[in-house]
Design a binder for this molecule. Structure first.
Ligand code: ZN
Ligand code: ZN
Length: 341
């Protein structure tokens, strides 16, 4: 099979690899679509990846082979890659926060065998079935949408609240669309790239601003004129986090969703004086993939604007990574290994 392999030093190459043999508890999936995640950008462009590894975790595809001990799955079924199972017994699991299960591997390190390839091998207990009527292209949004839904859960936002989203890349756009679907109607998107700002409006943001429009008051007890109940930082840019915090009303909540290697400064006085909550959102709610697939199957999300119109072949992955990092591509880019005949 063909696979895009990380070479180290920000380089990718398209290689021939043997099709993986599924073990007894595994299945082999023929990849249909695989979205490019912000984490794939970090792995390659910030050199966090392990040389020899294959990226891509936001995939959909059809089961091509089933391991000898696998029950309940058969060849040809349309599936997406779901969360790795949690132990159900640790402190985080008992608190209903399975994404923080202590039995899981180190966060954010990625797998060595991803789906930027013709086939991906996966444990059968990590599969999630795609509901009838939902195609593989939209279904590949399940993972990042589950991330967006988890961020909404962490924010405890209620319908009627005012929300700020900083960074309207693929994840910010999904978050805006998911907020609308959850009944939040006043959504401001702050984004420097014009193409992404415009796209934020198409997926449901009601006010579009450039980052400089968000002014941080000089004194930490001063609240801006039109403050937000919740802010979602999706850019990973330290200045965006600093300015998002300053847009909150008293008791407001900032949810950190975007990752980045540069650290922001936290105005602890503003947090203290206004009893702000700063939290992170890592991965998914329990049942987050099922919720995401149900929402996608409801056909209420503007998937045309959430997914970039041009799908890219495996050989186009590297260019797409740079296009995303430069903010030239707004929506989720789908890699499609099977090129059109
Ligand atoms: Zn992802
Ligand atoms: Zn656990």
């Amino acid at each position: 099979m063909r696979a895009v392999v990380y070479q180290g030093s920000r380089k990718l190459s398209l290689e021939e690899r043997p099709v993986p043999e599924p073990g007894g508890d595994e299945v082999l999936v023929e990849v249909s679509h695989c979205g490019i995640c912000g984490s794939d950008l970090h792995l390659v462009l910030e050199e966090m990846g392990r040389p020899g590894s294959i990226g891509g975790h936001e995939w959909s595809g059809r089961i091509a082979a089933v391991g000898s001990r696998v029950q309940g799955w058969r060849e040809g079924e349309l599936v997406v890659g779901g969360p790795s199972p949690s132990c159900g017994e640790c402190h985080a699991c008992l608190a209903g926060r399975p994404s923080l299960c202590s039995g899981r591997g180190e966060a954010g390190m990625g797998r060595s065998e991803g789906a930027f390839a013709d086939y991906v091998r996966v444990a059968a207990d990590e599969l999630v079935r795609v509901p009838d009527g939902l195609g593989p292209r939209e279904a590949a949004l399940a993972e990042p949408l589950a991330v967006a839904l988890h961020a909404i859960t962490r924010s405890a936002v209620v319908p009627g609240a005012r929300a700020l989203v900083t960074g309207a890349g693929p994840l910010g756009l999904l978050l805006i669309a998911a907020l609308r679907a959850r009944g939040v109607e006043a959504i401001t998107a702050s984004e420097p790239a014009p193409r992404r700002r415009e796209r934020a409006g198409r997926v449901g943001a009601t006010l579009l601003v450039e980052p400089d429009a968000l002014v941080t008051p000089r004194m930490p007890f001063t609240i801006v004129d039109e403050p937000y109940d919740v802010a979602f930082e999706c850019s990973g840019n330290p200045r965006a986090m600093e300015s998002a915090l300053a847009q909150l009303r008293r008791t407001g909540t900032l949810v950190i969703v975007g990752t980045g290697m540069r650290r922001p400064k936290l105005d602890h006085n503003r947090v203290l004086l206004n009893e702000l909550v700063v939290t992170g959102a890592y991965c998914y709610d329990a049942g987050g993939f099922e919720d995401a697939l149900t929402l996608l199957a409801s056909r209420t999300l503007p998937t045309d604007a959430l997914i970039e119109p041009g799908d890219v072949p495996l050989a186009g992955l590297e260019d797409a990574l740079h296009g995303l990092a430069a903010g030239e591509l707004a929506g989720k880019v789908m890699v499609v290994p099977k090129e059109a005949p």
